[in-house]
Write a protein that binds this ligand. Structure first.
Ligand code: UGA
Length: 437
């Protein structure tokens, strides 16, 4: 099948590549000049495991190509997938301008029947709105081609997005129109053949279901973060509590890890969007709102504990290991590390950072911030070391070496992954999230 994908962000790029891997002929449209040059040369602009290799493979088999304009992706195409960004507006609601713009362009250019699938995360009713908008344009053009708009949300995680695409828990097709469902089922025929779970629902359920899945995951994390404060106060250990809770088959072990607060381009944005939908509809979203505030509070936890431990304000040096909002990505959007570093710098603290892939943070430039080329260089001379992202390379640090090179003895393990007994035996003061001290 010939498929067009508009948007080469991480969702669009992974979707285009994943579909091309299955033998579809995919044209991916991207309007950013720099990105398109890179992609055409087979270079992946984002850090995502296996993606660059697969892009190159698909390009050499001519199943994947990158273009700048939508018109060249439309020729003989049965399915156009829209995967453009829907960033938050001022009130937290999803900004749909890029999506409407792409849909309008497609309606102006198409000359044959087309199924449009919206992969961007959008509020309920968006697919219906897009269909009305496109039909209006087609009517004005007196074009008789039919356009059907479906919702086809994504459930990819950064860092494992390509694997998630290849082995999805489910594929959601949101449409009540048999033609649109048929086209999407053929696009995902590989998964249909392997009898993976295809869930066919209304467009509205697909749209809300995407937000619901992210909200459920975020609720789990926030509950554990909230409990971690109680655990610490009452002399319990959140890691032991996680084992008890996660071993209940009805609950399961995933997404129960207490930490520095969730970040990334999805959970914070999607929760705010869901809350904005509730506000507009005058339907209470108390639980969602609480998750947002629990998470905001969690992001303040490490900066305020460090301020106390380091007795700020005073001259101090703090090392930070890991800047990305999670391992295996270079993404620092809404990362708790950014918040931590900004607050430390505001206190006049010298901050020495190391991350295996992040090389800059757009929002921070300060003479007191040093970018180091190794984790131990970052720790040298530091009064405190904070682990913010659980990259594999940070899992088993050499505590003896750290003791020799650091000026102070404070270790803050925001992911609860270090052997705290070993750290303490080496003479460190170890702090985690919700751990028994
Ligand atoms: C999330 C969802 O997991 C995907 O299913 C969804 O498709 C995606 O958003 C999206 O909407 O596009 P992602 O943001 O890539 O994926 O990352 P996650 O692995 O979900 O992690 C999000 C944040 O939660 C990270 O900051 C992570 O450190 C934190 N987290 C995760 C915890 O603090 N504890 C946990 O137990 C799990």
């Amino acid at each position: 099948m010939k498929i067009g994908v508009v948007g080469a962000g991480y969702v669009g790029l992974v979707t285009a590549t994943g579909l091309a891997e299955m033998g579809h002929k995919v044209t991916c449209v991207e309007n950013d000049d720099e990105k398109i040059v890179l992609l055409q040369a087979g270079t992946c602009p984002i850090h995502e495991a296996g993606l660059e290799e697969s892009i190159k493979d698909c390009q050499s088999q001519s199943t994947l190509s990158f273009v700048k304009d939508i018109s060249s992706a439309l020729e003989d195409t049965e399915l156009m997938i829209i995967a453009v960004g829907t960033p938050p507006s001022e009130d937290g609601s999803a900004d749909l301008r890029a999506l409407f713009d792409v849909a309008t362009q497609i309606a102006h250019l198409m000359n044959h029947d087309l199924v449009v699938a919206i992969k961007s995360t959008v509020p309920v009713g968006t697919a219906a709105k897009v269909e009305t908008l496109m039909r209006k344009v087609l009517d004005t053009r007196q074009c008789h081609a039919k356009c059907l708009v479906a919702s086809n949300p994504e459930f990819l995680k950064e860092g494992t997005a390509l694997t998630d695409f290849r082995r999805p828990d489910r594929i959601v097709i949101g449409s009540n129109h048999p033609t649109a469902v048929g086209v999407l089922r053929s696009a995902y025929s590989h998964f249909v053949r392997r009898q993976m779970r295809i869930i066919e629902v209304s467009r509205e359920s697909a749209e809300l279901g995407k937000y619901a899945a992210n909200a459920m995951l975020a609720i789990r994390i926030s509950l554990m973060n909230e409990l971690s404060a109680l655990a610490e106060h009452e002399g319990a250990d959140i890691e032991e509590i996680r084992l008890i809770v996660g071993s209940d088959r009805r609950i399961g072990p995933d997404f129960l890890y207490a930490g520095p607060g969730f970040g990334g381009s999805c959970f914070p944005k999607d929760l705010r969007a869901l809350s904005a939908v509730g506000n507009r509809a005058r339907i209470p979203t108390d639980l969602i709102n609480s998750v947002i505030s629990v998470n905001d509070r969690q992001k303040q936890l490490i900066p305020s504990k460090l301020a106390e431990l380091l007795q700020l304000p005073r001259k101090a040096t703090c090392a930070v290991w890991g800047l990305a909002f999670k391992p295996e990505t270079a993404d620092t959007r809404e990362a708790p590390s950014v918040n931590l570093i900004s607050l430390l710098l505001n206190h006049g603290v010298r901050v020495q950072v190391f991350d295996p892939v992040v090389r800059h943070i757009d929002s921070i430039s300060d003479d007191n911030l040093t970018w180091c080329s190794s984790q131990y260089e970052a720790a040298s001379g530091a009064d405190a070391l904070v682990l913010m992202t659980e990259w594999k390379m940070f899992r088993s640090p050499d505590f003896h070496l750290l003791k020799n090179i650091m000026a102070g003895n404070i270790l803050f393990d925001a992911r609860n992954i270090w052997d705290h007994d070993a750290a303490r035996r080496t003479g460190f003061r170890y702090f985690g999230i919700g751990r028994k001290l």
